[in-house]
Design a protein around this ligand. Sequence first.
Ligand SMILES: [Zn+2]
Length: 390
Amino acid sequence: MTVEETVRQTLAELQVTGEEAVRSAFAEVRSAMEQERQRIIREGARDETERQMIAKTMRDRWLARKQGLLACVDENWLEKAPPELKPVVGRQFNELRRKVIASCEVSGLMSEIPLMEEPAGAAGTTASAARRTAAPGAARVQVTDLTLPGYRRPLGSLHPVTQVQREIEAIFLGLGFTIETGPEIESVYYNFDALNIPESHPSRDDWDTLYIDSQTLLRTHTSPVQIRAMRKHGAPLYIIIPGRCYRRDNPDSTHSPIFHQIEGLAVDTHITFADLKGTLDFFARKFFGEKTRTSFHPSFFPFTEPSGEVAIGCRFCEGKGCRICKQSGWIEVMGCGIVHPDVLRHGGIDPLRYTGWAFGLGVERYAMMKYDINDIQLFLQSDMRFLEQF
Ligand SMILES: [Zn+2]
């Protein structure tokens, strides 16, 4: 009886009734598998493709989920074993499975199956097949061609958002800032109250924020880390805060419920808006190129006073006006401002002695500008055709 026929019957049908008989039935299956394996190694393969095909066939024959020989043993022997034999059949089955998995793994098999040299002038398949059946194991030379390329394991690369994040971090690290991080699951206090965002502010709405319960949420910005860092380190403080943030936004080409921000915070004595402008202007020139012009416009954020928005001269039209800059010649790239005294107070810092500035930017937006990407969703789709370009 072949091994296929054996494993398609139950132990009862095979008249295996005692523990000793169970062990020898499993031993037969193991030895059939081992013989098959030795046979394909002995016979070798003509080329890489055939070698791979042989290895895969062996693996599928034994390990296919449906109708694989191991699956048949599971179904016919283990599941249908009488209760008194279950423990021994179970142990034997586990042992067999370990052995089959170890022996029929494709890359392992492929490394053992030798490539055979064609006899000079032979027209290939027929001669080689004839020789194979005629004299197994004989008159065959195993060659290893050292000039063949090895198995190529593709190297991964950093996600474009991570690349841009690191690039921005490097600029600020060079200015003496340090990196600070904080939890993505945040309390309402740190995310809103401590940042001077009152209960009535629209960003606290259920429709804008992903709440876990009434006091806990997925942070909507990296700003809570400002408070945490001020409390931890006190002043003076020069930090940037990269991290993932969440908002209840419907995904479209410019919105995503998950996105990355980088915030900066500088707290020291005698910090003025001029320090903020100088630093961000330096950053913009480092990131977007030395010729980049920056422009500061007044804006409003609850946690800074005064607040501003930074725009850079449009790189696509060089300020003449185009579709991307909406004909204005400028593209907004971040929000910034002088830290509100109440925020310093929440951070445990005396606003009469210290002042500070802060900024926040969206990393995806920078990556989109840098690489001219028109859809933010591409960052999250894990499409290799997209990711391989970076
Ligand atoms: Zn433009």
